[in-house]
Design a protein around this ligand. Structure first.
Ligand SMILES: [Zn+2]
Length: 283
């Protein structure tokens, strides 16, 4: 399976309660594109809206008609990134007055009239109950939604299928991200509906895989620093030796997220260098 899979279906009905419409925004960061999910029976709740691609509204309306639905009852968003809320304005043109909500936290430049959601405050849909789970790390405002009726998780960008999650220098926090993975691990999740990539049938397996992957990287970084102080580009060259150098910029961001976490934990220190990247050493 390739990450940007051109044959990934544009819409699907993975369960009685869940429909999926693709945001039609494929790319390195989004894989086949952002999944938007319609949840419930006759009056569905929409989770995420894609990036605002021109062809998305028509695809969305086609899928609604196919299901015999008129409109989404409300829209809820996993987080503020463009590829999740970019379609809000488009959808409001077609469905005037549709309420939109997200966890409002450190936000600026949101579309008008967005209501806030609270952690674990149940959202009652039509035959579907969604529980927002605050899961910062990829973004400070990030929510997953737990679907009670299926013990399933809409994981947003916390867990993807086909790639690892980016922890941006700005607003990302790997320590919080690990805590978020452990928080959803404790929910007893069966299936995962990720914002990018196909449905994950073995939810617990995938959550463990994501935790293990980060712990492996952390061990590799500590091992590398065991040989003496190093700058991020050197660490990347060693740990990601078998990875295409085109991805080394992303790898550098990932290594930086680990080093920031280890620094907070008092396990490494950072020595600024005037004409180059900081040097990092074990404490
Ligand atoms: Zn995101």
């Amino acid at each position: 399976m390739s990450w940007i899979d051109p044959s990934f279906p544009h819409s699907a009905t993975p369960s009685d309660l869940v429909g999926r419409v693709l945001g039609l925004n494929p790319g390195m960061m989004t894989g086949p594109g952002t999944n938007t999910y319609l949840v419930g029976r006759a009056h569905p709740i929409l989770i995420d809206t894609g990036a605002g691609e021109a062809d998305y509204p028509a695809l969305f309306e086609r899928y609604l008609r196919k299901r015999g639905w008129r409109r989404p009852e409300r829209i809820i968003l996993t987080h503020r990134h463009r590829d999740h809320l970019g379609g809000v304005v488009q959808l409001r043109e077609i469905f005037p007055g549709v309420p939109v909500a997200k966890l409002i936290l450190k936000d600026s430049g949101l579309p008008e009239d967005v209501d806030t959601l609270q952690d674990v405050e149940e959202i009652e849909g039509d035959g579907a109950t969604l529980i927002p789970i605050h899961t910062p790390g990829h973004a400070s405002d990030h929510l997953c939604f737990f679907l009670k009726e299926e013990s399933a998780l809409f994981s947003g960008d916390l867990i993807l299928n086909g790639s690892t999650t980016v922890i941006p220098d700005e607003d990302g926090d790997l320590g919080q991200y690990m805590d978020s993975l452990k928080r959803v691990q404790a929910l007893g999740v069966k299936r995962i509906y990720p914002a990018h990539g196909p449905v994950i049938e073995d939810g617990p397996g995938k959550i463990q895989e994501f935790i293990d992957h980060r712990m492996l990287r952390e061990r590799q970084i500590l091992e590398t620093l065991g040989g003496g102080p190093r700058a991020i580009p050197e660490i990347v060259k060693i740990i990601y030796a078998d990875v295409n150098t085109a991805l080394h910029r992303m790898a550098a961001m990932s290594v930086h997220s680990h080093l920031r976490k280890l620094k907070q934990e008092g396990r490494v220190s950072e020595e600024p260098v005037t004409s180059g990247p900081s040097r990092w050493s074990l404490v």
